[in-house]
Design a protein around this ligand. Structure first.
Ligand code: SF4
Length: 370
């Protein structure tokens, strides 16, 4: 049993069956989630209990590889969760905030043509605990960020591997787990869910987690091109996606974001910019342009700086609020799924090392882009 899959009441039940008093569960839960430490550092617990926890309730998060970029302000980790699922998570420190980008699935069934994760197909869904475990890793890793950035994790974005709304039950469960004041305590206002446009999920997100932010990965503004770049468009065409996002905006009174990976010769022309401007204006959305990372084996290439400037110019001339996302960690294969792709094909040259071995703040046993 992976302790990271247990809620506080469930942990209380297990420890109660061991004859432990009720307050022990709160201590262990706070150590695991709020402090993000291993059992060895929970010195408020008796040694015998720490040993039994490590033996019978391991917190199964193994750091298989970790790569640093941007002077240490970007940390990308390949994590094995629950002894089975291997996923990526990326920690990004900015001058004013620290964001972690988490995965919701292993691989992805959506098959977007320009995405390394999409080339893997779907290998499995993560549980709510496994998603939250990436945030726990990030809380610990944030303590090692350089002093150019805060060392406290503040934001969570579901923009890693997988389509979060295709694993809706566990994504919603993870948002609850991440916000639990007895645990990580990062409220839904600081969480953003990114989707390619899973229409029923967008509507349910508005109802179940109205505080959470929404980013829609559009990448194309007409159905013909989008059918090719983002195959789920054949099921939920642009008109339906736009209606669902409008519903979400009206329900939550929050501004949605539109994500757009700039692919040379595909979606970076003035016509697409003009069509995108229309969608963004109708939705009163902010547009994030993403300089895509080239992916091994894919013909898709990043747009040129000149074309990026031209595209931005069209959007601005139409009064659209637009930013160009910085290319965090490009030198560490930062595109979603690239590290995992490399791992699956070749394995990593580094030996697998546990969190404790890599992070001195976790001394015991087991164990963005706002
Ligand atoms: S872009 Fe997102 S939804 Fe599309 S294949 Fe990649 S991970 Fe899946």
């Amino acid at each position: 049993m992976n302790v990271l899959d247990l809620s506080l009441p469930e942990l209380g039940e297990v420890l109660g069956s061991w004859g432990e008093p009720a307050y022990r569960a709160r201590q262990v839960y706070a150590g695991l989630w709020r402090r993000a430490v291993g059992y060895g550092e929970m010195t408020d617990l008796p040694g015998g209990l720490r040993a039994r926890l490590a033996d019978e309730l391991p917190a199964e998060v193994e750091v298989l590889a970790e790569r640093l970029a941007d002077g240490g302000a970007t940390r990308k980790a390949l994590l094995r969760l629950g002894g089975r699922h291997v996923v990526e998570a990326v920690l990004m420190g900015y001058p004013d905030r620290v964001t972690v980008c988490v995965s919701s699935q292993v691989g992805c069934a959506m098959a977007c043509s320009f995405c390394a994760t999409g080339q893997m197909g779907l290998q499995g869904n993560l549980t709510a605990g496994e998603i939250a475990a990436q945030v726990r890793w990030a809380r610990g890793a944030a303590r090692e960020l350089p002093d150019t950035t805060p060392r406290r994790l503040s934001n969570v974005v579901f923009m890693g591997m997988g389509e979060p709304l295709a694993n809706e039950r566990h994504t919603f469960g993870a948002i609850g787990r991440i916000g639990d004041p007895a645990g990580l305590g990062i409220g839904a206002r600081h969480v953003t869910v990114s989707t390619v446009g899973v229409v029923p999920g967008i509507r349910r997100l508005a109802a179940e987690h109205p505080q959470a932010g929404l980013a829609v990965s559009l990448h194309a503004a007409d159905d013909e091109l989008r059918d090719r770049l983002v195959p789920p468009n054949r099921l939920w065409p642009l008109r339906q996606v736009e209606a669902a996002v409008a519903f979400w905006r009206d329900r939550t009174r929050r501004r949605p974001s539109i994500e757009w990976a700039m692919i040379r010769g595909e979606n970076d022309d003035d016509r697409q910019a003009d069509l995108l401007a229309g969608v963004a204006r109708r939705l009163r959305a902010h547009v994030n342009l993403i300089p895509m990372n080239p992916i091994p084996g894919s013909p898709a290439q990043p747009t040129t700086p000149e074309r990026m400037a031209g595209f931005v110019g069209v959007l601005r001339s139409r009064g659209v609020n637009v930013t160009v996302r910085d290319t965090r960690g490009r030198d560490i294969d930062a595109a979603c799924g690239q590290l995992k792709w490399e791992h699956d094909r070749r394995g990593f040259p580094q030996e697998s090392r546990s969190t404790e071995e890599r992070n001195p703040h976790q001394a015991s046993s087991a164990d963005e882009v706002a």
